[in-house]
Write a protein that binds this ligand. Structure first.
Ligand code: NDP
Ligand code: MG
Length: 384
């Protein structure tokens, strides 16, 4: 395979690097993309013998150019437009979409338009523009293979395409499982960034603490598996051993289990329908106790809001996603408190109309912009 990694310097990108280290013969690296982590990207690019590295931030690209002028190494691509072009014309067969947030939409659409197989970690893209992403893949015949651990689990369970009753997404519950709203009011950024089981980038870690991550994953599952919303359940499973389940029409239930290690779903997506060896230790079953409980959607209402936005469809999921990205960034920057994240998302959804159908990427981008401006305004008004 000839691979491009979007978001190479992030948490998923680093896990992909580890998979590549163990499968250099199978994976040729075409290109690597990041935002502004230029030296890190260059280091990866030279180690992986990439043909090109792209930085969305032009200044970071220019800085890199100056620092490594005359050295052998990958070609440096500067800025979003040039990256989209490189992605369009290069020889990649597979694209690992692992940028964080809405920024992943355009490169993912470009990859799909060119018929490249998309290994999708970037759930925000599917949430904001699920219908368009699906349509683009259907039109070009490109495959989308999930990388998100729950969706990888479901994908593996559904390998034979058999009819199912329901999909059950497991959810660790995050660091605040069992907490009440009054306790959540005081949580710090540091506490929210301490996920019990998974090591991930900051945005998704906060989403895991609010349970918005699971809400986004409900919408992601709807689009990936063409499942109706009432056939997608969420169960809290604090051990993060069962990565998700599928209940088939005959009542048989299949699950996929293992350590919480993103290298596994990344390798599954890369190798599918084969399996690659990976240096993951044997999984010991004896002595383990697994727990399952219902989520508290009263306290963690973003889970409920996300499902409702998915059911409403049209622009609602894009609005939900944009408001959440703004609110999470504001929380991480210390501008708002933990519970303000849900308030911001809810108020943005209530203020903007969400039911118009989005028929083009430009319309999605426009909706995303509007929702960001609205969420920003609500935050500024409340925190003058
Ligand atoms: P990180 O924050 O660790 O990494 C984000 C990556 O995206 C970095 O390489 C960053 O570059 C790059 N990036 C961000 N914005 C842009 C931009 N505008 N243009 C180009 N590159 C950009 O995130 P994660 O790896 O944790 O998550 C990535 C995606 O995968 C998210 O959508 C997340 O929901 C999903 N995911 C992650 C999981 C995980 O375990 N981490 C699990 C399941 C899904 P730079 O370093 O230069 O800033
Ligand atoms: Mg997940």
């Amino acid at each position: 395979m000839r691979l491009v990694i979007l978001g190479a310097t992030g948490s998923i990108g680093q896990s992909a690097y580890s998979v590549w280290e163990q499968h250099r013969d199978e994976v040729t690296v075409e290109g690597l993309v990041a935002h502004r982590e230029n030296e890190r990207l260059w280091g990866m690019g030279t180690a992986m013998n990439a043909r090109w590295v792209g930085l969305a931030d032009k200044e970071s690209a220019q800085q890199l150019e100056r620092a490594h002028r005359g050295e052998p190494g990958p070609k440096i691509v500067a800025g979003k437009e040039a990256i989209l072009e490189a992605l369009g014309v290069c020889d990649a067969t597979h694209v690992l979409a692992a940028m964080s947030g809405f920024a992943g939409l355009e490169p993912t659409m470009t990859a799909l338009a060119r018929g490249r197989k998309v290994l999708l970690a970037n759930k925000e893209t599917l949430v904001a523009a699920g219908d368009l992403v699906r349509a683009k893949a259907d039109q070009s015949g490109a495959d989308i293979v999930p990388v998100d651990s729950e969706h990888s689990a479901i994908f593996q369970c559904l390998a034979l395409n058999q009819p199912f009753r329901r999909i059950v997404l497991t959810c660790s519950g995050g660091p605040f499982r069992g907490w009440r709203s009054d306790e959540l009011a005081e949580v710090t950024v540091e506490q929210a960034l301490r996920h019990p089981n998974w090591s991930m980038g900051p945005k998704i870690t906060i989403d895991s603490a609010t349970l918005m991550n699971k809400g986004l994953e409900i919408i992601e599952a709807h689009y990936l598996f063409r499942a109706s919303y009432d056939a997608i359940d969420v169960v809290i499973h604090p051990e993060s051993v069962v990565h998700s389940l599928v209940e088939f029409v005959d009542g048989a239930t299949m699950a996929q289990c293992g350590y919480p290690d993103m290298r596994v779903p990344i390798a599954v997506a890369m190798a599918w329908p084969q399996r690659w060896t990976l240096d993951v230790p044997d999984f010991g079953w004896t002595g383990r106790t697994l727990h399952f409980e219902a989520p508290d959607t009263g306290t963690f209402r973003l889970l409920r809001l996300a499902r409702a936005a998915g059911i409403t469809g049209g622009a609602a999921p894009a609005i939900l996603n944009a408001a959440n990205e703004v609110a999470v960034a504001s929380f991480l920057a210390g501008r708002i408190r933990f519970l303000d994240i849900a308030d911001t998302v809810e108020e943005t959804l209530n203020t903007l109309r969400g039911d118009d159908t989005l028929t083009s990427v430009e319309q999605v981008i426009e909706t995303d912009k509007r929702a960001r401006a609205q969420a920003d305004m609500l935050i500024s008004r409340r925190h003058k």
